[in-house]
Design a binder for this molecule. Structure first.
Ligand SMILES: Cc1cc2nc3c(=O)[nH]c(=O)nc-3n(C[C@H](O)[C@H](O)[C@H](O)COP(=O)(O)OP(=O)(O)OC[C@H]3O[C@@H](n4cnc5c(N)ncnc54)[C@H](O)[C@@H]3O)c2cc1C
Length: 382
């Protein structure tokens, strides 16, 4: 009997297509994107031509309305190039936030462009003094005639240099907690809004992460996402439903590391035999496959829950487990893969150390893995 999350024919078609394109067109670019740390416009164009930006979103935006399909596509891209997959994930976070928390007018104005890849967006929540502790942000949005005046600064806004607009989190109430946070649509070129110099990153190097400076930035009321003081709660729920998508990046990364390590141990010789013939090496590979397959099952199951309409407290522990487990597996598997390469794993001549550097990023972004464990344990001990 097929499980609830077995891929259907359409999903297999997407998987086959993306796998083929990833091998033929994305893989040859992966090392260069990592080395130069330059945003890969050609990969953005490729994703746009394939219509992949719309994938997880409703049919009215040209998508399949399936988180599981989005996971499968992302997995195949990240398997060969973390950065190319990241371009999709960066677009999907603001898309999901607007879909969940935006007004009808905002959805009509922004979502078709994002789905077709004609618009690019980014999201800015993190600040220099506050990352995990979202309630600790200090950027303010003070009411003025017809809108708000935003002041503050952000860090680590990924995709900021290419974004047509950024969803900026700011507090509308004085000294308030999460309840006073709203997201605001800040368009590129708005007076007082500046993108700072990109971080020199260890991983995820192809998509720039930058500080933002907001100095008396005027944002119209129409560009506040959702009702004042309520927008953020809706958006946090949207983040929850997007968690399997980020977890799928961990599965793809681990699978890619296994692919490279398997090839290498078949070609490398030591003590008169191929390295892949040593039992110790085979058992390492077997563990890597087992862990990755377990992560894939959890991620697909969680994605299928999202597609079945499960949300709120029922979804939260699965979303946390999927993100945390899959990205911890990615780190473990990528580190083991480097080990199997020996010294070659440390050399920039081979792609495998890129997997280890990118995996580390995954354990930190979209809610660190400690925060995911907090969410999960809160279900056990209130
Ligand atoms: C490559 C990259 C891209 C990013 N892109 C974006 C983006 O586009 N937009 C955006 O807004 N942000 C982005 N971020 C920021 C990211 O969301 C934060 O780095 C993350 O939320 C952690 O915040 P922090 O770095 O301030 O760590 P802190 O919150 O300062 O945490 C430091 C350490 O303490 C741990 N810790 C904190 N609180 C607890 C707790 N209660 N219990 C146990 N451990 C805890 C953390 O897990 C971490 O290990 C990005 C980060 C990176 C690295």
């Amino acid at each position: 009997m097929p499980s609830a999350y077995a891929l259907n024919a359409e999903q297999r078609q997407v998987q086959d297509l993306v796998r083929r394109v990833a091998r033929e067109k994305v893989a040859p670019r992966a090392n260069e994107i990592d080395r130069t740390a330059e945003y890969p416009d050609d990969m953005f164009e490729l994703l746009r031509e394939l219509g992949l930006f719309a994938l997880p979103f409703p049919a009215e935006y040209g998508g399949m309305g399936s988180t599981l399909t989005a996971c499968v596509a992302l997995e195949e891209l990240v398997r060969v190039c973390y950065n190319t997959g990241y371009i999709l994930a960066v677009q999907w976070t603001p898309f999901g936030a607007i879909l969940a928390g935006g007004t009808d007018e905002q959805r009509k104005r922004l979502l078709p462009g994002l789905a077709r890849g004609e618009l690019r967006a980014a999201i800015a929540v993190t600040e220099p003094q506050s990352g995990s502790d979202v309630a600790g942000i200090t950027t303010t949005a003070v009411r003025t005639d017809g809108g708000y005046r935003l002041n503050g600064s952000k860090v680590w806004c990924t995709g900021a240099t290419v974004a047509d607009f950024v969803l900026v989190a700011a507090k509308t109430g004085p000294g308030g907690g999460r309840g006073s946070i709203n997201l605001f649509i800040v368009e590129r070129g708005t007076r007082g809004f500046q993108v700072g110099r990109k971080e020199d990153k260890t991983g995820a190097r192809g998509v720039p992460s930058c500080p933002l400076f907001l100095d008396d930035v005027h944002v119209s009321e129409q560009n506040r996402l959702g009702e004042e003081g309520k927008g953020f709660k809706i958006v946090m729920e949207a983040f929850n439903t997007a968690r399997p998508i980020h977890a799928a990046r961990g599965v793809g990364l681990a699978q890619g590391a296994i692919d490279h390590a398997t090839e290498y141990v078949k070609s490398r010789r030591a003590f008169g035999q191929q390295v892949g013939d040593f039992q110790g090496v085979r058992w390492m590979l077997a563990d890597m496959v087992m862990q990755t397959e377990a992560a894939r099952s959890l991620v697909y199951r969680t994605a299928a829950m999202v597609d079945a309409g499960v949300s709120g407290a029922e979804l939260a522990p699965f979303a946390a487990m999927a993100k945390c487990f899959a990205t911890d597996v990615a780190m473990k598997v990528a580190t083991d893969a480097v080990q199997l390469f020996g010294a070659a794993g440390i050399s920039a001549e081979y792609p495998i150390n890129r997997y280890m550097r990118d995996a580390k990023v995954l354990q930190i972004v979209e809610g660190t893995n400690q925060i995911q464990r907090l969410v999960l344990s809160a279900q056990l001990i209130a």
